[in-house]
Design a protein around this ligand. Structure first.
Ligand code: GLU
Length: 470
C-alpha cells in the first residue's frame, strides 16, 4: 500500500496592497482543498519587496482571512526573514554547477533588449556568462547569480486545471536568482519556501503559470520533488472585461463593510470558478466535503455583484435574528458611529423578522433600523413631509385616540384598531398606513407598519404620532 502524503497547501500573498477579492478566492480554494483532505493550510507573507510591502497590508491580510473564516495552521512564515536560507540554496546551485555568476553590464543587457525588440521577440538573456570562466570576470563588478536552465527539451507543468502545459526550454532563459546586491529573487524564494514548508499542492492564479515552469526547473536542479499545481483562471467583470473597482475588484474588507456575511461570501467565492453540479447554495461543511481540483473551470469566471447580493439576502433570511442584530450593530458602530445599548438591541431583534425579509446586506438592515434610533420629534424626509400634509395630520389626529385605547400594544391589536378605523373612514388601509408610517419612521419605506408600531413600544409610537397629529 502506498502511503498517502498529508496534503499541505499555502496562501502566499504579497503585502503590497489590500487583500484583493481574487486573493480571497485563491486562499479559499487552498483552504478548502487542505480541509477536504484533513491536511494543512499554511500562510506565507511574501514581503521581499521592501519598498512596496507595508505593515497595514499585512494586517489587512490577517484580518481579511480571519473575517472569511480561513484559519491557517502553524506560524505565519515571513519570506523576507528567510533570505539567508534562499541564498544558501543559491550557493548550493552554484556548487552543483546549476547556477553561475553573470557579469553582464546594464549596457550589454540593454543591447540584448533592443535587439530582441527589433526582432519582435521577448528579451531573453543570451547566456553569455553561462560557460565562461570566472577568471574572466571584470574587476569591480558585482555579479548576479543566474540559474542555469536547460536549453534543450521541454518542461511540462502538469496542472490540475489546465492539463499539461509545455514550455520549450529554449524559451525560458537563465533567470536571475540572486541580484547583485545579494537579494534573492521571487522564483528562487518561492521554490525554497514551498519546499521547506513541505507544500504538496500549489494553488494560485494562472498569472503564475510561466513561473511554475521556471520553478519546476529549479526543483529538478535541486533534486527536490515538485509540488502539484493548480492554476486558477482570472476573475473577470460581469461584462467579460478585466475586473475593475466598479465591478468588485475591491479588498475583502470592502465586502465586510458593504455588509456581506462571511459565509455568503465563502459560498459565492467557492462558486467563482469551481462547481459541484448545479448546486448554488451550500454550507462551508458541504464545500469542504465536495471540494476538488478537477471541478475548477478552465475559463475565467465572472464576478457578478447582483448574484452576490442575492445570495447574501438568502443567507440573511436564514440567519438567526440575534446574530444579525449583533453583526449589524457592530458594523454600524464602525461605519456610522452607532452607539446603542441593550434596549436598542432587543428592539432590533424584535424588528428583525420584518427587516430581514427585504434586506440584502447588513448595511441595508442598519438603514431599515434607523427608525428605531430616531429621536422625537422626528426629522421627516421629503416624501414623508408630503404625506403629512393637512389631511394626513388630521387623519392621524382622528386615529390617535383609538390607538391610545390600546393597552396591550400587541401587533394584532394595533392592526385591528387601524383596520376598523379605515372602515369607519371609508378609506383603504394603505391610505392610513402611509401617513402613519411617515409619522413613526420619518420616511415612506419601513418594515411592516404594525411591526414597527409594536417594536417601538406604546409610549414612543404614540408620542411620534402625537408629534405629527393636528
Ligand atoms: N506572492 C505572489 C502574489 O501575491 C503569489 C506567489 C505564489 O502563490 O506562488 O501574487
Amino acid at each position: 500500500m502506498t502511503e498517502q502524503k498529508t496534503v499541505i497547501t499555502r496562501f502566499a500573498p504579497s503585502p503590497t496592497g489590500f487583500l484583493h477579492i481574487g486573493g480571497g478566492r485563491t486562499a479559499l480554494f487552498s483552504w478548502l482543498f487542505a480541509r477536504h483532505h484533513g491536511g494543512k493550510f499554511l500562510l506565507r507573507i511574501e514581503d521581499t519587496d521592501r519598498e512596496r510591502s507595508t505593515e497595514p497590508a499585512v494586517a489587512a491580510i490577517f484580518e481579511g482571512l480571519r473575517w472569511l473564516g480561513l484559519d491557517w495552521d502553524g506560524d505565519v512564515v515571513m519570506q523576507f526573514s528567510r533570505q539567508a536560507r534562499h541564498r544558501e540554496v543559491a550557493e548550493e546551485l552554484l556548487a552543483k554547477g546549476q547556477a553561475y555568476y553573470c557579469y553582464a553590464s546594464p549596457e550589454e543587457l540593454e543591447e540584448m533588449r533592443a535587439k530582441a525588440k527589433a526582432e519582435g521577440r521577448p528579451m531573453n538573456y543570451d547566456g553569455r556568462w553561462r560557460d565562461r570562466d570566472p577568471s574572466e570576470a571584470p574587476a569591480g563588478v558585482k555579479p548576479v547569480i543566474r540559474f542555469k536552465s536547460p536549453n534543450v527539451g521541454e518542461t511540462v507543468v502538469r496542472d490540475h486545471v489546465m492539463g499539461d502545459v509545455t514550455f520549450a526550454n529554449e524559451q525560458l532563459d537563465d533567470l536571475i536568482i540572486v541580484r547583485s546586491d545579494g537579494t534573492p529573487t521571487y522564483n528562487l524564494s518561492v521554490v525554497v519556501d514551498d519546499h521547506d514548508m513541505g507544500i504538496t499542492h500549489v494553488i494560485r492564479g494562472d498569472d503564475h503559470l510561466t513561473n511554475s515552469g521556471r520553478q519546476s526547473q529549479i526543483y529538478a536542479a535541486m533534486g527536490w520533488e515538485t509540488p502539484e499545481f493548480a492554476h486558477l483562471p482570472l476573475i473577470l467583470g460581469p461584462d467579460g472585461a478585466k475586473l475593475s473597482k466598479r465591478h468588485g475588484a475591491l479588498g475583502v474588507d470592502a465586502y465586510r463593510d458593504m455588509g456581506y456575511l462571511p459565509e455568503a461570501m465563502r459560498n459565492y467565492l467557492a462558486r467563482l470558478g469551481w462547481s459541484h453540479g448545479d448546486d448554488e447554495i451550500f454550507s462551508t461543511e458541504q464545500a469542504i466535503q465536495w471540494f476538488d481540483l478537477e471541478h475548477i473551470g478552465r475559463s475565467p469566471s465572472r464576478f457578478d455583484f447582483a448574484k452576490l447580493e442575492n445570495l447574501n439576502g438568502q443567507y440573511i433570511r436564514e440567519t438567526d435574528d440575534a446574530r444579525l442584530a449583533d453583526e449589524t450593530i457592530a458594523l454600524m458602530a464602525r461605519l456610522a458611529g452607532w452607539n446603542e445599548g441593550a434596549e436598542f438591541r432587543a428592539q432590533l431583534i424584535a424588528a428583525m423578522p420584518g427587516i430581514k425579509e427585504r434586506a440584502k446586506t447588513l448595511v441595508e438592515i442598519g438603514k431599515a433600523a434607523e427608525f428605531l434610533r430616531a429621536k422625537r420629534p422626528l426629522v421627516l424626509d421629503a416624501s414623508a413631509q408630503t404625506l403629512l400634509n393637512q389631511e394626513g395630520r388630521a387623519l392621524l389626529a382622528r386615529l390617535l385616540p383609538k390607538l391610545e385605547a390600546n393597552n396591550d400594544w400587541a401587533v394584532g391589536e394595533i392592526e385591528a384598531t387601524v383596520r376598523s378605523f379605515a372602515e369607519t373612514e371609508n378609506l383603504k388601509l394603505g391610505k392610513i398606513a402611509q401617513p402613519l408610517r411617515a409619522a413613526v419612521t420619518g420616511s415612506t419605506v419601513s418594515p411592516p407598519i404594525f411591526d414597527v408600531l409594536a417594536t417601538l413600544g406604546r409610549e414612543e409610537a404614540l408620542g411620534r404620532i402625537r408629534d405629527q397629529a393636528a
